[in-house]
Write a protein that binds this ligand. Structure first.
Ligand SMILES: Nc1ncnc2c1ncn2[C@@H]1O[C@H](COP(=O)(O)OP(=O)(O)O)[C@@H](O)[C@H]1O
Ligand SMILES: [Mg+2]
Length: 366
């Protein structure tokens, strides 16, 4: 079984990732943690887990809290660590938000009157029986209901010797910042800091953006070069099928599509300047495997309706797992220049970025 460090080095020597000194520090830390957990697992008999729980809770191993901006490789490194854990170590990986939903579901079923604290402890017991290592992706607290139970929940998990590793965009001291009754949350921050080492992974490179540029599926600026690339991609995806105009009819409205096999090609104006709606986009998304969208302009206040449609379009393509190739007037993070939809547009950006990733492209329908 490889160690996280070996796996990381392998990815570098296979040219799958670039060497990064910030990540190296983090992977070294994860490597040590992995070694300690492995050693513990090997030094026990079949009664290993119960004895870990009972005897060693007070001096159990510290977990790791990795924080930094998006695209720094936090999730990648955590997953690498997770995948390398020996089979003898019961483990669980969850998106933190989804995990909290399952906590609330459990509490909802179990809760009677003022038994809430007991239910939280019972949940922690259940989890600790299933997993000794818990990995949480995107640790984030915005909700008062979560904020109020986290202390007890994690207190009980740590007391049972569960090792927690998590990624987050925020350092512990900034969790639930400006939240209601934050003073009641502060002991939880102390608990995290005493039970987990805190590591900033915040190098200068956002690999999501970098990989997108390298993948050659987002072209900017607009001009001859982008045009030529789009032509080439359309031709190569067509695999010899001559392009033809196809008609999709949605509720009596016709949409004309320039298509070659399962690939469709549109300009932004055709898709988003006309009064199309979600249903039109869904039909397109379901019919084609790859959609090319050309000449996306900068989206400011004057184009708020187009921007809104574009957001709906991307959601439809994303949910149908379509491939996306675009040419645009600006890099993705500078595409939206308005203010009113800035927050919503973040999700669109995030989705477009994900749509460029290898995982998305390999898991999709073509
Ligand atoms: N050193 C690297 N070289 C190239 N690509 C990387 C590197 N580190 C991470 N990536 C890629 O960058 C993307 C973002 O990484 P991710 O782990 O999701 O970041 P974060 O969780 O910090 O937002 C992923 O597709 C990942 O595989
Ligand atoms: Mg992540």
């Amino acid at each position: 079984m490889s160690t996280p460090y070996q796996k990381y080095q392998e990815l570098i020597s296979d040219h799958k990732i670039h060497p990064d000194p910030h990540q190296k520090k983090a992977i070294e830390h994860l490597h040590r943690l992995h070694a300690a957990i492995t050693e513990k697992a090997q030094s026990r008999t079949s009664k290993f887990w119960p004895s870990w729980r009972k005897k060693e809770a007070s001096h159990s191993m510290k977990g790791l809290y990795i924080h930094g901006s998006v695209g720094r490789g936090k999730s990648m490194l955590m997953d690498l660590f997770y995948d390398c854990l020996p089979a003898a170590v019961p483990k669980k990986r969850a998106h933190f938000h989804e995990f909290m939903i399952s906590v609330h579901d459990y509490l909802h079923k179990a809760r009677q009157g003022d038994e809430a604290d007991k239910a939280v402890t019972a949940f922690a017991k259940e989890i600790s029986e299933q997993a000794k290592v818990l990995c949480f992706d995107e640790f984030h607290v915005t909700d008062i209901a979560d904020a109020m139970i986290l202390g007890r929940l994690f207190g009980a998990l740590f007391a049972r010797g569960v090792v927690v590793i998590s990624t987050s965009n925020w350092p512990p001291c900034r969790l639930y910042e400006n939240g209601l009754q934050r003073e009641r949350f502060l002991p939880f921050i102390d608990l995290l800091k005493s039970s987990m080492d805190v590591l900033a992974l915040d190098g200068p490179i956002d690999y999501r953006l970098q990989n997108m540029a390298e993948a050659d599926i987002y072209f900017w600026p607009l001009g001859q070069n982008a045009q030529r690339k789009m032509d080439e991609i359309f031709r190569s995806l067509a695999k010899g099928t001559p392009p033809a105009v196809e008609k999709i009819t949605v509720k009596g409205r016709d949409i004309h599509v320039l298509a070659a096999g399962k690939t469709a090609r549109f300009t932004f104006a055709e898709l988003c300047e006309k009064p199309h709606g979600a249903e039109d986009y869904l039909n397109i998304s379901n019919k084609y495997d790859t959609v090319l969208i050309e000449k996306i302009p900068k989206l400011g206040y004057d184009r708020r309706n187009e921007a809104k449609r574009f957001m709906i379009l991307i959601d439809a393509l994303y949910e149908a797992q379509c491939n996306l190739v675009v040419s645009a007037d600006a890099p993705i993070e500078k595409l939206y220049t308005g203010a009113d939809h800035a927050f919503e547009f973040e999700r669109t950006i995030s989705r477009i970025i994900e749509m460029q990733s290898e995982d998305y492209r390999h898991g999709n329908k073509s």
